[in-house]
Design a protein around this ligand. Structure first.
Ligand SMILES: Cc1ncc(COP(=O)(O)O)c(C=O)c1O
Length: 375
């Protein structure tokens, strides 16, 4: 059997090992250390923001951001429904309730109409959300020109979940810098990885300082161990940050390769009844994953294609199952677009192997298998 083709496997460059070796040689095998400081600075410089805090995961980053905005027991938080569960799980860690917002078909991100509808409902019930989590799905920015003024009108902080969108831009501005705070993930499947990790970024120094305090067990500045608040053990290790530094050096090259993969899929599948992820005007994706939808009227389905690819040892996936359809959130409120877009994308959407090591030959083979499902 051929080697497995994964959806988005890690791809190491030349310098990751150099930074890890430096950590070994200097005995900085610790959570914190020079690689952590450098990785924070280098990533902030790349996206154009003042402060960053490297953490053990993107989920931890969202958790701390929500805590900073004082989300607690009995509160509500608006969150994109079409996303990975890491976007909204931390809301529940704090005893609050996610209210899920549908997406729009232009970018597959949060619908401004549905967001407005959700605020109208919250006003009527006198139960305003403590924060809004807007996701930049599949490496594309949400339409911030439309979404941010709505949140501003109600004075509600925005946490930008750019876990999948490092390096993507909207009107020339980097993803992760639109919200009051932004978060990134460096999980193994992301465009750059630290094996596991995340970062929270902001121009608000006080916010990052407070989150740094909580991320290191809320240690008071005393010689002995003094604690007045509950904290977490959420920092990134100096080894993982070394991997991140090497990975970041190759981010632009990865985006270039992944864009070519997206375009090649587009060419190879041109005769089939499929539509690529739509790209909003003035949006530059990072092309983390090539995602498309299959015409709902045709004689095949994403699941049929996923199974056909799996038989050839090739990994593919449906589009994220919306959070409002997840059994664990069956009692949560969902504010829909008209018609409901996220459910349609889940029914018809397919994520294709998009690793930066994917060969042209593999891509042709994948497309042959996909084409055969339409015969
Ligand atoms: C949109 C989104 N949000 C949050 C996360 C959580 O990040 P992590 O896995 O680093 O905790 C992920 C991915 O893993 C994600 O895709």
């Amino acid at each position: 059997m051929k080697n497995r083709i994964y959806l988005s496997p890690p791809h190491m460059g030349n310098n990751e090992i150099k930074y890890i070796q430096e950590a070994f040689q200097t005995n900085w095998i610790a959570p914190l250390g020079p690689n952590v400081d450098c990785f924070e600075n280098e990533l902030c410089e790349y996206v154009g923001i003042d402060h960053g805090l490297a953490l053990s995961s993107g989920t931890a980053a969202i958790h701390l951001a929500l805590k900073y905005y004082d989300v607690g027991l009995g509160d509500t938080v608006f969150c994109s429904s079409l996303t990975f569960v890491g976007s909204c799980n931390p809301i529940t860690y704090l005893g609050a309730t996610p209210i899920f917002i549908d997406c729009e078909s232009d970018s597959w991100n949060m619908s401004p109409e549905a967001l407005q509808k959700a605020f109208d409902g919250a006003l009527q019930q006198n139960r305003m959300p403590k924060a809004v989590i807007i996701v930049d799905l599949y490496g594309q920015a949400a339409q911030y020109d439309l979404l941010l003024p709505i949140c501003k009108k109600y004075n509600t902080p925005v946490i930008e979940d750019a876990a999948e969108a490092l390096g993507a831009t909207y009107k020339g501005q980097q993803c992760g810098t639109f919200g009051d705070v932004g978060i990134f993930s460096f999980n193994g499947n992301k465009i750059i990885t630290t094996s596991g990790g995340g970062m929270v970024v902001s121009n608000n120094k006080a916010a990052i300082d407070k989150m740094r305090f909580w991320a290191t067990q809320a240690k008071e500045p005393e010689i002995h161990y003094e604690h007045k608040e509950i904290g977490y053990n959420y920092r990134m290790s100096n080894i993982c940050a070394g991997i991140g530094r090497g990975q970041l050096e190759n981010l632009n090259e990865k985006i270039r390769i992944k864009k070519a993969i997206f375009q090649r899929y587009q060419e190879l599948l041109i005769d089939l009844p499929v539509k690529m992820l739509p790209i909003v005007e003035k949006s530059e994706l990072n092309y983390w994953l090539t995602v498309l939808t299959i015409d709902g009227e045709c004689n095949t389905s994403p699941i049929t294609i996923i199974k056909a690819l799996e038989q050839e040892n090739i990994e593919s996936r449906p589009v994220w199952k919306p959070m409002h359809l997840q059994p664990v959130f069956s009692d949560n409120k969902f504010v829909s677009s008209n018609p409901i877009i996220s459910e349609e994308l889940y029914a018809n959407g397919l994520c294709l192997p998009s690793g930066s090591t994917l060969t042209e030959e593999d891509q042709k083979y994948i497309c042959q298998i996909i084409s055969s499902c339409f015969e």
